[in-house]
Ligand binder design. Structure first.
Ligand code: IVH
Length: 693
C-alpha cells in the first residue's frame, strides 16, 4: 500500500520543496472539491480551481513517479476495459425487506414486528429509528485502505459484484482520499444516483448527438457505472449518498465504535461523504408515519428520484440482537411510495380536436394505477413528439405520472412491439368533420380548417363563450353542450339564445327546473361588456388582456371589425401575430354573421368613444438583431419589438435605428459600427421596451 507520507523520500530528482508543494496542491484541491461537490458551497472560482489543478498537472507531468492514485488528477485516467472483474464482498451486501403497503399502516406493521422481536411493549416507550429516503439509484460499496479509495464494487448478487473502480473514481462527490485517523480498512456503502437536472442535460446532449436518450435517472446512472470506457463515464454526471458500512476492523484493531446508526452517519459526513439532509431520527411508529407523509409530499420537488423511505432501528446493539433472516436484516424495512412509472399497453391512438382546431394525438391505454390514480389516456402532444417517441398501437410503454402533472408516455419497450405494428401518422383530415388538416410553416401543430363547421370546434367554442371569464352562462357545461351539438339542437353560438324550454327539457337527464335555470342564465348573459364578448368569440391569440386593450382603444365592436392591420398595430400589446389573427377572423363572412346574429338575439354591451391614439414606444424605429441573446430567442425579441411598435429588418443600413447584438455577433456588428448605428445588448433593449431609455 502506498504510504503518502513516505513516498517523497523514495523519489529521486525531486526536491523536498516540490514534494511539499505537491501535497499542498492536492490538499487544497481536495478541500475545494469537497466544498463544491459535497457541501455545494464553492469557495473559489472555477478559474482559480483550474489554475491550481493545472499547476499540479504540470508538476506531475515532470515527475510521473510522484503521481499517486488518490491525486485529484487521477479521477479519469484508466483505459477502456474488456469486461469488469468480479469482486467478492468481504461483508455481503444485503437487501432490505419491502413493505408494499403504501398506507401509513406500513410503518405500524414494521414497528409492531420490531417490538415483538425485541420483546418490548408500549410501557417501555417508543423504539428509536432512523428514517432515510430510499434513493433510486444503484448500491455501491467503496473500499478504502489507509484512507485511500482502492475499490468500488456494485452489489451484484450480494456476494459477488463487479469492480467499477475506474468509473466511480470520476464521481466528484466520492473522496479518493480520507482525512487522517480513519480506520485502516473502511468500506462505505451507499447509493450512486443521477440528479434529475443532470439527467435532463445528459438526455439533451444525447439527442443532440443523435444518440438514444435514457428512460430515467436510475437507468442513466446504472449505464454510466457499467460503462467500460471511463472517459465516457466521466462525462455522465453522477452523485452519491452514503447510508451504511461494510467491512470495518474490530475495535481492538483500530475500528471505530458507534452506538447508533445515526452516529455512524454523522461520522461518515465528517469523513467527507455526502449524507442526505433528509435523514431523521424518529421515535416510534407515529414519527415514522409523519416522516413517510412529509417525504412523500416533498418527493416531486426533490432534485433526485426516490421510490420510498427506509426505516432502520437506530441502536446498533438492538440491530445485533435482531439479526438477519436469509439475506435481509430484521431491523430495517423499505416503505415504498406509490410507483410513478408503470408498464401498460397502447390500445389505440386517438386524435382530439381543440377549440382552435388543434389536433392532439392521445394514446389510449389499458387502465393502469400510477402515481396514485388510474390512467387511461396520455397526451402525445403533436406529430413530432409522437414520432420522436414512436408510440404504436399494441406497444408496451412506460407511463409516468408524478404529482399533479398530466400523465405521459416516457418510452416504448421496443423488444415487446408486436409484429406488424405500424407507425403513427397524423391524419390529413379532421377526424371529427373531415375538413383538411393543415400544418403551417414553422408550426408544430396540425389544425382542422373547418372552423365552426367542425362540431368539435363548435363545442369548444360554445364552452369558451359561455365560461365565467367570457359572457358567463351558468350551468352550461361540457355534457350539456355535447348533447346540444351532437343532437343537432344548436349549430351556432346564436342558437344558444334560440333555445326554448321544450327543446331543453326534452334532453336526457334534464329536469324542467334545470332547463328553467339554463334559460335564465342565458337571459342574464345577454347583458355583457365588449371585452368579455370579444374574448368570448375565441379569436386565436386574443386573450382577456388583449380584448380589454382592443375595446379601450377602439371603443366599439364595429371599429375593431373594420380596423386595418396598421390600425390594429397601433393598439398597445398588439403585434403582427395578433393583428393578423383578428383580420383573418373578421374577414370570414361566417364569423361576422355569428356576431350579427348574437346582436340580433339581444346580446348587448356598452360602447364608448375610441381612446386617443398614443404612439407606441418604438413606433418609427427599425431594429436589426444579431448574435445570441442571453434569455430571449430571435423570435421572442422580434415579437417584443413589434408589439411595442418597432420594425425588425434583416440587414443593417443607414435607416437602422438600433442593432441588438448578443454573443458571437458577426459582420452586422462591424457594419453598425462603421455606419455609427447605436448598438444595444438585451438589457438595453428591455430598457427601451419598458420606456426606461
Ligand atoms: S440500507 C442492510 N438505505 O435499496 C441494509 N438502502 O435492498 C442495506 N437503498 O439496492 C441497505 N436507499 O441500494 C439502504 N437509505 C437507504 C437506501 C437503500 C436506497 C437501496 C439499496 C438497495 C436497496 C435495498
Amino acid at each position: 500500500m502506498i504510504e503518502p507520507d513516505l513516498f517523497g523520500s523514495e523519489l529521486s530528482g525531486i526536491s523536498a520543496k516540490t514534494v511539499k508543494r505537491l501535497e499542498e496542491l492536492r490538499d487544497q484541491l481536495r478541500a475545494h472539491s469537497y466544498a463544491y461537490y459535497v457541501l455545494d458551497q464553492p469557495q473559489i472560482s472555477d478559474a482559480e480551481y483550474d489554475s491550481l489543478f493545472q499547476e499540479l498537472q504540470e508538476i506531475e507531468g515532470k515527475y510521473p513517479e510522484a503521481i499517486t492514485p488518490d491525486s485529484p488528477t487521477q479521477r479519469v485516467g484508466g483505459k477502456p476495459l474488456e469486461k469488469f472483474a468480479s469482486v467478492r464482498h468481504a461483508v455481503p451486501m444485503l437487501s432490505i425487506r419491502t413493505e408494499t403497503d403504501t398506507q401509513a399502516s406500513g410503518a405500524h406493521n414494521f414497528d409492531a414486528r420490531v417490538r415483538r422481536e425485541l420483546g418490548v411493549d408500549e410501557s417501555a416507550g417508543p423504539v428509536e429509528y432512523v428514517a432515510e429516503p430510499k434513493f433510486d439509484g444503484l448500491a455501491m460499496s467503496l473500499r478504502y485502505e489507509h484512507g485511500v479509495l482502492v475499490q468500488a464494487a456494485t452489489r451484484g448478487d450480494g456476494e459477488v459484484g463487479e469492480d467499477v473502480t475506474q468509473n466511480v473514481r470520476t464521481i466528484g462527490q466520492i473522496p479518493l482520499r480520507l482525512p487522517m485517523g480513519v480506520p485502516p480498512i473502511l468500506e462505505v456503502r451507499g447509493e450512486v444516483y443521477m440528479r434529475r437536472d443532470d439527467f435532463e442535460t445528459l438526455n439533451e446532449q444525447q439527442r443532440a448527438r443523435g444518440q438514444k436518450s435514457f428512460v430515467n435517472p436510475r437507468n442513466a446512472a446504472a449505464g454510466a457505472v457499467r460503462q467500460l470506457d471511463p472517459a465516457i463515464a466521466a462525462q455522465r454526471p453522477l452523485s452519491f449518498f452514503a447510508y451504511g458500512l461494510g467491512e470495518l476492523p474490530p475495535a481492538e484493531a483500530g475500528g471505530p465504535e458507534f452506538g447508533t446508526h445515526h452516529q455512524m452517519l454523522q461520522t461518515l459526513k465528517i469523513w467527507g461523504f455526502p449524507v442526505s439532509a433528509l435523514v431523521a431520527i424518529a421515535q416510534g411508529a407515529t414519527e415514522l408515519v409523519a416522516y413517510y407523509d412529509s417525504i412523500g409530499q416533498q418527493r416531486d420537488e426533490l432534485p433526485f428520484d426516490i421510490d420510498g423511505v427506509v426505516y432502520k432501528v437506530n441502536s446498533l446493539a438492538l440491530q445485533r440482537r435482531m439479526g438477519f433472516v436469509t439475506r435481509e436484516p430484521r431491523w430495517a424495512v423499505a416503505h415504498k411510495f406509490p410507483a410513478q412509472e408503470q408498464l401498460t399497453t397502447v390500445l389505440g391512438i386517438d386524435v382530439q380536436v381543440g377549440r382552435t382546431g388543434k389536433l392532439t394525438p392521445v394514446a389510449k391505454l389499458a387502465p393502469v394505477f400510477v402515481g396514485g390514480v388510474t390512467v387511461t389516456n396520455a397526451t402525445l402532444h403533436n406529430e413530432d413528439e409522437a414520432r420522436r417517441k414512436d408510440v404504436r398501437v399494441g406497444d408496451t410503454v412506460i407511463v409516468r405520472r408524478a404529482g399533479d402533472v398530466i400523465p405521459e408516455v416516457v418510452s416504448v419497450l421496443l423488444d415487446k412491439r408486436p409484429p406488424g405494428a405500424t407507425e403513427f401518422t397524423m391524419p390529413r383530415q379532421c377526424p371529427v368533420c373531415g375538413s383538411t388538416a393543415v400544418r403551417e410553416e414553422g408550426e408544430v401543430d396540425y389544425r382542422c380548417s373547418g372552423g365552426l363547421f367542425c362540431s368539435a370546434q363548435r363545442k369548444q367554442a360554445i364552452l369558451h363563450f359561455a365560461q365565467r371569464r367570457a359572457v358567463e352562462v351558468e350551468g352550461l357545461g361540457e355534457k350539456l353542450v355535447d348533447q346540444l351539438v351532437d343532437g343537432k339542437v344548436i349549430h351556432t353560438l346564436a342558437d344558444l339564445y334560440r333555445l326554448g324550454l321544450s327543446s331543453l327539457a326534452s334532453l336526457e337527464r334534464m329536469a324542467d327546473k334545470s332547463a328553467q335555470n339554463i334559460l335564465q342564465a342565458l337571459e342574464k348573459s345577454k347583458q355583457t361588456t365588449l371585452p368579455r364578448f370579444l374574448f368570448g368569440l375565441g379569436i386565436r391569440h386574443v386573450g382577456e388582456a388583449t380584448a380589454k386593450e382592443l375595446a379601450r382603444h377602439f371603443g366599439s365592436l364595429d371599429a375593431i371589425m373594420d380596423a386595418s392591420l396598421e390600425q390594429l398595430l397601433q393598439v398597445s400589446d398588439v403585434g403582427p401575430t395578433v393583428a393578423q389573427s383578428l383580420r383573418t377572423f373578421f374577414d370570414q363572412p361566417h364569423n361576422r354573421e355569428v356576431v350579427d346574429q348574437l346582436r340580433a338575439c339581444g346580446v348587448t354591451w356598452q360602447e364608448g368613444p375610441p381612446a386617443p391614439v398614443t404612439p407606441k414606444p418604438l413606433t418609427g424605429r427599425t431594429f436589426v438583431l444579431t448574435g445570441t441573446l442571453p434569455t430571449l430567442s430571435r423570435d421572442e425579441a422580434k415579437e417584443l419589438i413589434e408589439v411595442a411598435g418597432g420594425k425588425v429588418a434583416g440587414s443593417v443600413s443607414k435607416k437602422t435605428s438600433f442593432l441588438v447584438a448578443g454573443a458571437e455577433a458577426g459582420s452586422k456588428l462591424d457594419k453598425a459600427q462603421e455606419l455609427g448605428v447605436a448598438v444595444l445588448d438585451e438589457a438595453g433593449l428591455k430598457e427601451l421596451l419598458d420606456g426606461r431609455a
